[in-house]
Design a protein around this ligand. Structure first.
Ligand SMILES: [Zn+2]
Length: 247
């Protein structure tokens, strides 16, 4: 698995995987992180363990979610083996836990305010952009003591606006809420740039972000549901380290 790691301040570590180097066989080859697509559970667990290890966390401490393309945020109060149901974002202040977001064209976002000790993950497709799942997640972080101007984000790989052509009515609906999503897809069809919409929403809230990786549809080493149909999911984890007492 090609895993890229980074930090969002001294207490927050993150990692993103692609689809290479894991345990899963076709059509999930090979680093599928999703437990809802029909892959072998043991392979998914091994792939998740490799990603979790990159941020120094045991796979048993990884909390996942079962997104429904809504804008509800799950508040993680402790370690749980079961995915948090019916949410598209997770937020926590629990040190030593890791939050997981998986995707294959939708936008995965990792967020952290290291000073406040608050981390979050977001899964945003076009419905999530429309319902402002990014805004509801930042609000949930603020409720736990985070400050937007201290919060930093990594926005992971997603389908780009040139590849993501959509029906005109969906285009109109989304760009009315998120003008930054406007894109022109192949043959001049209406397109949506969901990453641009997410980055612009974060910027509007005062949250600085950086982009990780590129277009899922164009990258053979990333999963794309639109390109492949039945396939796996890549993803990211974020973890909060304990406060260390400096001597
Ligand atoms: Zn593309």
């Amino acid at each position: 698995m090609a895993i890229v790691t980074g930090e969002l301040g001294p207490r927050v570590r993150w990692a993103f995987s692609d689809r290479d180097g894991g345990m899963s066989g076709a059509p999930y080859e090979s680093s599928n992180l999703a437990d809802h697509v029909g892959d072998e559970p043991e392979h998914v667990k091994a792939n998740r363990a490799a990603l979790a290890a990159a941020v120094g966390v045991e796979v048993a401490h990884v909390v996942s979610m079962a997104p429904v393309h809504g804008n509800d945020v799950g508040h993680v109060l402790g370690i749980s083996a079961e995915p948090v149901p019916r949410v598209d974002a997770l937020v926590t202040t629990v040190t030593g836990s890791a939050l997981l977001v998986v995707a294959a064209d939708c936008v995965p976002v990792l967020l952290g305010d290291s000073e406040a000790g608050v981390i979050a993950v977001v899964h945003a497709g076009w419905r999530g952009v429309l319902s402002d799942v990014v805004g509801t997640t930042i609000a949930a972080m603020v409720d736990l003591g985070a400050e937007p101007r201290r919060t930093r984000a990594v926005v992971g790989p997603a389908i780009c606006g040139q590849c993501y052509d959509v029906p005109r009515d969906r285009f109109d609906l989304v760009v009315a809420e998120a003008p930054a999503a406007v894109a022109v897809a192949s043959e001049g069809r209406p397109g949506l740039d969901l990453r641009a919409a997410v980055v612009e929403r974060l910027r509007g809230l005062g949250v600085a972000s950086s982009l990780h990786a590129g277009c899922t549809s164009e990258s053979a080493n990333l999963y794309s549901f639109r390109r492949d149909g039945l396939t796996g999911r890549h993803g990211g984890v974020i973890t909060l380290l304990p406060v260390t007492v400096l001597s």
